[in-house]
Design a protein around this ligand. Sequence first.
Ligand SMILES: Cc1cc2nc3c(=O)[nH]c(=O)nc-3n(C[C@H](O)[C@H](O)[C@H](O)COP(=O)(O)OP(=O)(O)OC[C@H]3O[C@@H](n4cnc5c(N)ncnc54)[C@H](O)[C@@H]3O)c2cc1C
Length: 221
Amino acid sequence: MSRKRKELFSHKLISVEEIVDGYYTLKFNRKFDFIPGQVVAIALNHKDDPRLYSIASGNQKDYMRILFDVNPDGLLTPQLKNLKPGDEILVSEPFGKFTFSGTNEWWIATGTGIAPFISMVESGGKLPQKLLHGSRTVDQFLFQNLFSAHLKENYLRFCTRESGGKGIIQGRLTNWLKSEKELPKQIKYYLCGNPEMVVEVRDIILGKGVDFENIIAEIYF
Ligand SMILES: Cc1cc2nc3c(=O)[nH]c(=O)nc-3n(C[C@H](O)[C@H](O)[C@H](O)COP(=O)(O)OP(=O)(O)OC[C@H]3O[C@@H](n4cnc5c(N)ncnc54)[C@H](O)[C@@H]3O)c2cc1C
C-alpha cells in the first residue's frame, strides 16, 4: 500500500457468512470498478488504520466480496465477523498490481491467499494451467467447488494435517514443487499468501530455472 492513506468510503454490508470454521466471507455493495487481483483497504472507523483485503468476487457482480480468517488478537477481523447486514463499513477504491497477464500462468496460494484467484475465475478471465492451493485441513480448501468445476485436474489441493479425499495430495505444496523434475519456464507464476510460503515457493522455482520477472507475488503480511 502506498504510504499516502487511502480515502475510505462508506459501504453498506450485505452479509457476513462463516463458510468454514474461522473463515468468513463478507459482502458489501460495489461502488467501484476493479481488475481481478486488486485489493481494498477496509476499516470500521476513520481513526483506525485500515487493513488490506484482496477482492474475492467477479468484477461484473453488483457486490464486492472479501474472504478473511479471524485473528483473535487482531484489531479488525474479530469485529468484522460480528457485523450485521445493513451495517456501514469503510472501504477504499480498489488498487494494486497483482493483476493477471492474460498469458499462460500457474497460480499458487495458501489459506485465504486463494482470494484473488476467486475473483479471476468469477470474472471469466483466462484460467491458469495449474492452481496449487495449500491448507491445513480438507474443509479449508475455500471455494473448492468453484475451482474444481472450472479447472478440473489442473486444480491441485495440498493438505498438511489431514489425509484428504479424492484429488487431495497430502503434504506441503512446497515439497511437491521441489519434487517436480522440471517446471515450465515460459509462463508467469502468481503467488499469494503468507510471507513464509511466498518466499519459500519463490526460492524453489527460481532454483528450478524460472526467471525472476516471471514471478509475481502478493504477500499477506
Ligand atoms: C496486500 C494484502 C492483501 C491481504 N489480503 C487478505 C485477504 O484477502 N484475506 C485475509 O484474511 N487477510 C488479508 N491480508 C491480511 C490483512 O490485511 C490483515 O493483516 C489481517 O486480516 C489481520 O487483521 P487484524 O486487524 O484482525 O489483525 P492485526 O490487528 O493486524 O493483528 C495481526 C497480528 O499482529 C499482532 N499485532 C498487532 N499489532 C501489534 C503490535 N503493535 N505489536 C506486536 N504484534 C502486534 C496481533 O496480536 C495479531 O496477532 C492481506 C494483507 C495484505 C498486505
